[in-house]
Design a protein around this ligand. Sequence first.
Ligand code: PEP
Ligand code: MG
Length: 328
Amino acid sequence: RRAEFAAMRDLPARTRDDLRIELMVNAGLRDDMAALDVTGADGIGLFRTEFQFLVSATLPQRERQLRLYRDVLDAAGDRPVIFRTVDIGGDKALPYLKAGDDADEENPALGWRAIRLGLERDALMKVQARALIEAAAGRTLNVMFPMVSEPWEFEEAVALFDAQRKWIHDHGRGVPNAIRYGTMLEVPALAESLDMLLPRLDFLSIGTNDLTQFLFAADRANPKLAERYDWLSPAILRFIGRVTRQTRAAGVPIGVCGEMGGRPLEAMALIGLGIDRLSITPAAVGPVKAMIRSLDAKALREAMDGFLGRPLRTLRGDLAAWAESNGV
Ligand code: PEP
Ligand code: MG
């Protein structure tokens, strides 16, 4: 089917009933940018900036970060790129970044990582903010924060970026035409204060990898649990459906950037819940686009309510049967 997927490269990700799905790819290194042209994706929905830190023996200085971000924006051209600030710490520990004597954490996924580390070690975050802002001079900068659990973390991160923007501007250097701020939703607690955060957000992106492990209290790296909790479990689908309705009602764009969206049946379920932006691994673009182009989204959205009314266990069987009998 590879030739069939390649032939779809220039065809839009549009359902049979004319719903346009924004199909973006996840990236993290310069070389990943080639995937945009290979897949015909609409942009980079998640650029994991920590990759540069993870492959580096020393802390990447501002100049090196800036060069990477500028190259990425140049490669993307007029397609959007969403840069996620570093998600390091915890299990993605860096030898050159020590937390202190108590660096060893019993539950690193629940630990001192991502925005938690960024706001405390704010010198690191300021350097990254300046690199991103300078790299995007004269363009739009999309910034997204990882592991936000409460609205104040988002507010502080935005304030830090705005202060750096002002500093750079005051020193006569170019700044972005606009900075759009968004957050990942991967810590379930954030959903409980979403109403307070939505008026401040330019976009929201659901990270289903961490969200699933936190919702089910099940380590995403533990193979013993890999088969046990399914992305098509009612708890996850109901959660995502509720957040999606609430976010869309507030007029805020919402997408999914976890691995869930890269599997055709899971991606179908997400569209059934109202999601119209997916950011996925490049190899999944062909299969997911083929699914989208064979789907009647309105019919699926109607069927979805019925499936979610019987929340006993995974809806995989129901959704697969629906796909089969509806020619998806
Ligand atoms: C996620 O948690 O779903 C996500 C996209 O981020 P990462 O996989 O980098 O933790
Ligand atoms: Mg995550």
